[in-house]
Design a binder for this molecule. Structure first.
Ligand code: GAL
Length: 374
């Protein structure tokens, strides 16, 4: 059974971000960047450090461009880097940004320890720190911007339970979970179990094994899944994969044994690969997290903090997240996510998150046509 790393219990008060339209405030004229500088921002430098690329296409394909656009729109001067999963590199990047005089640091970290130490160092220099997407448990960041990640896990659990309604009693489930160093992975698992544990307890489903995967390493996830499947005599009826990257690795193994499309697999991030797999029927569902909303919320918070307007920041971060490790409540913006099964893929295109051309390819074109995706 999964050894639970410390969970930060998301106690949220006031979930959705009530984001007042920023509108085209008159530029402060203090420089900043290009014509997109419509915010009233001070042109202040804002450092952003993303955790890795190997875990999910989201960080470089979505978070980076969307954060760049949102920060510039607020009249800020972003410097966005990726630590490539390397904790030492994360710390070095942070030192560079602190020395460059950023006013605000936005961090999505490979683990809470490096996040806590970076926040502490930044705060001694009067820099405000925002935990982005992943809470640094035991840290000291003043704000946290993410999704309600327990709810994300519930959507994954519900997606699998729905897909296995007609499964025989004691159907076999394998859980391939995210990095034990990522507090989100703990929250996703917690949400999944709200739905799945009663089904395990009743015997409707049988949990073969629940296995966290270090760094969300997709290749490792596929290898571990194959080992568990083999040790279970090749029997599996459903798979919890904690994100689309892991889902893709699991589906590759299922294809080898002719089970793809017959065994429902969950996912998360609504990446182009994940959505294609859903259209093919190889993946039962993904979770769409509007990263544009997450990036814009972080940018609005950063703009307020860059001006020292903590009242405005607090008016944005009306949620609250319990950091059990640090025994503190963190002011939060917690956004909502959507369960995406095949019939709902069009809504992700309509939201402008992906283009039809990203997901309607040779072997998914028929499904796109049937669903009116063009
Ligand atoms: C989580 C993030 C997810 C997931 C994973 C891998 O922290 O919230 O979107 O994809 O990391 O990057």
């Amino acid at each position: 059974m999964r050894s639970k790393t410390l969970a930060s219990i998301a106690v949220t008060a006031g979930l959705a971000l009530a984001v007042s339209a920023c509108g085209a405030n008159s530029s402060s004229g203090t420089g900043g960047t290009s014509e997109t500088n419509s915010g009233s921002g001070t042109g202040a430098k804002v450092g952003v450090i993303l955790p890795e690329t190997a875990s999910s296409a989201r960080w470089e394909s979505f978070d980076k461009p969307l954060l760049e656009a949102a920060l510039k729109k607020e009249g800020l001067d972003p410097d966005i880097q990726n630590a490539q999963g390397d904790v030492q590199k994360f710390s070095t990047l942070a030192d560079g940004m602190i020395n460059a005089g950023v006013k605000v640091l936005i961090i999505a970290t490979p683990n809470s320890e490096v996040g806590a130490s970076v926040a502490k160092k930044a705060q001694t220099q009067g820099i405000q720190v925002i935990d982005y997407d992943r809470l640094n448990t035991g840290g000291s960041s003043s704000y946290y911007v993410s999704f309600d990640n327990v709810k994300v896990g519930e959507l994954q659990g519900q997606g699998l339970a729905d897909a296995m309604k007609a499964a025989p009693q004691g159907a076999n489930v394998i859980e391939i979970e995210g990095a034990p160093t990522d507090n989100n992975a703990t929250l996703f698992h917690e949400g999944q179990q709200k739905v799945l544990k009663p089904l395990y307890d009743s015997g409707k489903l049988k949990l073969v094994q629940s296995q966290p995967i270090d760094n969300w390493d997709n290749q490792k996830g596929g290898q571990v899944f194959e080992q568990i499947l083999t040790s279970n005599g090749g029997k599996v009826d459903g798979v919890v994969a904690a994100n689309d990257g892991l889902a893709g690795a699991v589906i590759t193994i299922l294809k080898k044994v002719g089970l793809n499309g017959k065994v429902p697999v969950t996912g998360q991030d609504a990446t182009p690969d994940g959505l294609q797999a859903v259209l093919r029927g190889d993946q039962h569902m993904t979770v769409f997290k509007p990263i544009k909303d997450e990036a814009e919320a972080a940018a609005k918070l950063a703009a307020a903090l860059a001006k020292g307007d903590t009242a405005a920041a607090d008016a944005l971060a009306t949620g609250k997240t319990k950091d059990a490790k640090g025994n503190r409540d963190v002011k939060s913006v917690l956004l909502t996510a959507q369960l995406i099964t095949k019939d709902k893929v069009k809504s992700v295109v309509d939201a402008g998150f992906v283009k039809a051309s990203d997901i309607c390819v040779a072997d998914t074109q028929a499904a796109c046509t049937e669903l009116g995706i063009k």
